[in-house]
Design a binder for this molecule. Sequence first.
Ligand code: SAM
Length: 236
Amino acid sequence: MTTTVPEYDNWSAYWWQPRGPFSVLRWIARARGEQVAPATRPDAVLLDVACGGGMLHPYIAGKGYRHVGVDVSTKSAEIARRHGVDEVVIGDIRDIPLPDAFADVVVAGCCVEHVDEPERVVAECCRLLKPGGTLIIDTIARTWPARFAVITLGENTPVSWAAPKGTHDHRMFVDPRRLARACAANGVPVETYGLFPRTRDLLAWTLGRHGDVPMRKVGYTGIIYGVTGVKPPAEG
Ligand SMILES: C[S@@+](CC[C@H](N)C(=O)[O-])C[C@H]1O[C@@H](n2cnc3c(N)ncnc32)[C@H](O)[C@@H]1O
C-alpha cells in the first residue's frame, strides 16, 4: 500500500512551528477539537486517525478522553507522544490494527485526501466507532477553488506558513457528497459543513497579530469541509 505523502517523516519538524508550514492544519485541528463533546464515561477513548504530530491534543485535553493516534509516520508519532497523545499505533489508516468499536469518538483530520481509497479510511473509522459514538472527518473538496487556494496559493506563496510543495494532489481531493455517502454506507449518517476563516482574522494573522486563525463553520463546502455524525446505538 502506498500513500501520496511518505514525506511526513521528513517534515516532522514542522508540526509545532507556530508560524510554520503546518499552521493551517493547526487552525483546522482547533475547529475539529471544538466539535468534540466532553466524555460521558470513564475510560472513554478518542481515536485520532492520521494523528500526525498530535496537533489536536491541546483542543481535546481536559475533555476526559484517552487520546490514541494512528499514523504511518514514526517520526510524527514520536512528536505526537511528546505533545500529550497517550498512545500512537503505527499503521495504515486503510487497515488499522485495532478492534471493532474501539473508540467513543473517531476523528480523521486532513487525511482522506492523502489516500487513493478514501472509502477504506471511512469504513475503518466507522468500524472502530462504538455504537452511540461520534465521527468527525475533515478534508479538502474536489473543486477548482480548493485547488487554487490549497495548491496554487497554499503551496506557492512565499510565506513561512506555505505548505511544502507537493503536499497535495488535487486529483485526490474528495467531493463532500462522496464522503457523506461513504459514511452513510458504513452506518453513520453525517451532516456536512464548510470551514472558513474570517478575512479580518486571516489579515491579522498575516500581520503577525494572531496566534491562530479560527475556522468558522459555514455553509460553503467548496474548499475545506467536515462531516460529523453519530453511529446509531445498538438495538435491544
Ligand atoms: C495533513 S497531515 C494531518 C495530520 C493531523 N490529522 C492534523 O490534522 O494535524 C496527514 C497525515 O496523514 C498521515 N498519512 C498519510 N497517509 C497515511 C496512511 N496511508 N496511513 C497512515 N497515515 C497516513 C501522514 O503521515 C500525516 O501525518
